[in-house]
Design a protein around this ligand. Structure first.
Ligand code: COA
Length: 318
């Protein structure tokens, strides 16, 4: 620690705190932060609490808790500390405050989960169980430039005969059957977990009901025996540049051709009404990363925009 931790007051975030939360978030994730797009919706979700830490009346940290998995798990998201106050233990303090709150108000919550980017030394993992790890491929391009290449890449795969099968856009009525299929749970979902835009959910009916209320694109290669499933989160605005959207595609399964086809179909479907710059983030099995990057380079003329360390879903007792 560089200095003594300041006195903190904890409170629930309100709409009126938005400006201050954004002002402490300026450097987060190099301008591709999801919180500006999520903040207002988060405040309205009954299962969620967004907690602020204030020092001398000013916001210095934020974290959100969301109770999922039939009430047994709390997912921590959005952790951030204002740059000037980092290294003083505030992230630890705000998380401890939240966990005390959860223990008191929701004694049935036994497990805490969160996703964190990076590599972990074995000693840090003595505190957590690693549930799964997905690699991240970050692509940044202009939709007008890439759309003709996208259409051409799909057309070329179609004429090859064996490489392409139309990915299936799942209807709400299909989603539970496909995602709760025991073979999918055991063999397709990483660590038996559905990850949507960084948040981990166990494959349970209650979680799927919650996710089905969101603006998501659910895709599969087959309804009966899927090898690959994808979850596209409807593109949302990010602060990095004017008119720029972020499109997250969570890819589950290790079969490269089907993962590639669903990536292309997600991109075509999810961005059809958009133009301008897009930040597309693919979260995928480590074994697929290099092949996906090579395909993006050779067929779409894209390059990796930046290195983002992998996404780890971690779990420990509350
Ligand atoms: C990461 C960040 C929140 C750390 O804040 P900090 O106040 O400097 O951290 P501290 O001095 O409290 O550091 C240690 C504590 O924070 C926890 N921590 C650090 N990074 C963390 C992360 N990415 N996710 C969860 N917990 C984290 C540590 O486990 C430790 O907790 P402990 O005291 O219970 O062991 C801060 O640097 C930040 O806001 N970074 C930008 C946003 C970001 O990367 N957020 C992480 C979300 S994945």
């Amino acid at each position: 620690m560089d200095g003594a931790s300041p006195e903190l007051d904890f409170s629930l975030a309100k709409e009126a705190d938005f400006g201050e939360v954004m002002s402490i978030s300026g450097d987060i994730y190099g301008g591709i932060d999801y919180l500006p797009a999520r903040y207002h919706a988060w405040l309205k979700q009954p299962s969620r609490k967004v907690i602020l830490a204030k020092s001398k009346g000013r916001v210095v940290a934020l974290v959100s808790t969301n109770i999922v998995d039939d009430g047994h798990t709390v997912v921590l998201e959005g952790l951030r500390v204002t740059p000037k106050e980092r290294g003083k233990g505030i992230a630890g303090l705000i998380q401890r405050y939240c966990l005390d709150l959860i223990r008191n108000q929701f004694p049935e919550v036994k497990v805490r989960r969160y996703s964190r980017s990076g590599h972990f030394e074995p000693e840090s993992l003595s505190k957590f169980r690693l549930i799964c790890r997905q690699e991240i491929l970050a692509l940044h391009f202009n939709l007008e430039e890439v759309r003709p290449k996208l259409d051409a890449a799909i057309a070329q795969l179609k004429v090859s005969g064996t490489e392409w099968e139309d990915p299936i856009l799942l209807q709400a009525s299909d989603v539970k059957r496909v995602f709760l299929n025991p073979c999918v749970v055991d063999n397709v979902l990483p660590g038996r977990t559905i990850i949507q835009d960084w948040a981990p959910y166990k494959p349970l009916e209650s979680n799927l009901e919650t996710l089905l209320k969101r603006d998501l694109f659910w895709m599969a290669d087959s309804k009966e025996e899927p090898k690959v499933l994808t979850l596209g989160t409807a593109p949302y605005r990010i602060p990095i540049e004017a008119e720029c959207h972020r499109f997250n595609i969570d890819i589950f399964g290790k079969h490269f051709p089907h993962a590639r086809n669903q990536f292309l179909a997600q991109l075509q479907h999810g961005t059809s009404a958009l133009q301008g710059p897009l930040y597309c983030l693919l979260y995928l099995a480590p074994s697929l990363w290099q092949e996906m990057l090579s395909f993006c380079q050779s067929s779409l003329g894209l390059r990796k925009e930046r290195d983002i360390e992998g996404q780890n879903v971690l779990e420990t007792e509350v």
